[in-house]
Ligand binder design. Sequence first.
Ligand code: ZN
Length: 275
Amino acid sequence: MKLYVDPGHGGNDPGAQGNGLNEKDITLDIAQRIRSILLNDYEDAEVMMSRTDDAAKSLSQRTNEANAWGAQFYLSIHINSGPSSALGYEDYIYSGLPDSAATAKYQDFLHEEIAKLNQLADRGQKRANFHVLRESAMPALLSENGFISNAHDSELMKQPSWRQNVAQGHANGLARAFGLSRKAAPAPAPAPNPAPGPGKLYKLIAGSFTSIENANNRAASLHSQGIEAFVKAVTISGKTWYRVQAGAFSSPENAQAHLGQIRQAGYSDAFLIAE
Ligand SMILES: [Zn+2]
C-alpha cells in the first residue's frame, strides 16, 4: 500500500500557534511516528512524506507529488485552533464525494481507531472542500488532532506518549482500511539453558530478522558497541531468517555469560542455540 503522509504546514508557515506550541512541529512529529509504525510493523506499507523536516511546501506541490507517485491514500495531519473553549478531534474527507465512495468507508475505520486512542472529545466525521482533499487523485483524509488553543488538548500535545498514541490510531485505521498484514514475530527463542553435550557449539544470536536490512542494522549497532557480529541466513520451515551471530562457544557457561552481557547492552531479544 502506497501511503502519502502530509504533515501540515512547515517552514515559514507555522500553522496554528498557542500554548507555546506550533502546529507544524506537532504535525511533523505525529507523521514521523505514523511512518515508523507502518514500516516497522507491517509487511506491505510504502510511505512517502510531504516533508521530513521543517520545510516549506505549497499545497499544490504536495498533491502533485502524491499524484505523480501514484499514492493509494493521502493522509494529511493537522492541529486545530479556535476559541479557548473549543476542543476535540475531527476528520475530513472531500465534500464532493458520494456516500458510497470508498473514502467514506476509510474515514469510518480511521475515525474509529483514532478516537479509541487519542483521549480527545469526539467532534465527529466531517466533509470539506480543502485543497488536499479535492486535488489529490486518490482517497484522502485530513485529521485535526485537537485544539492548540485549548488548555486540555495542548497539554496532551506536549506529551510524546500522546503523539505516539495518535500515530498508532492512524496506523491502526489504515491497517484496517487496507487490510495490511503485520510482520511476523521474531523466531521463538529456544530454552535459555541448553543442555550441555559432547561436541556442541553454543551460538549467541543477538537478534533474528525476516528483513536482511534489519539484521544488517543490528550488526552495525553491535559493532558500534565494540561487539563483533555477522549476519547469517537460515531457513526454518521454508522461511528465511537473518540471524545476527555475536559469538560461538564450546562451554555453555561461557555462552551464558556472554548472553548476559549482550542483554545488558540492550539487546533483550538475544538467545543461544546449541548445534
Ligand atoms: Zn493546519
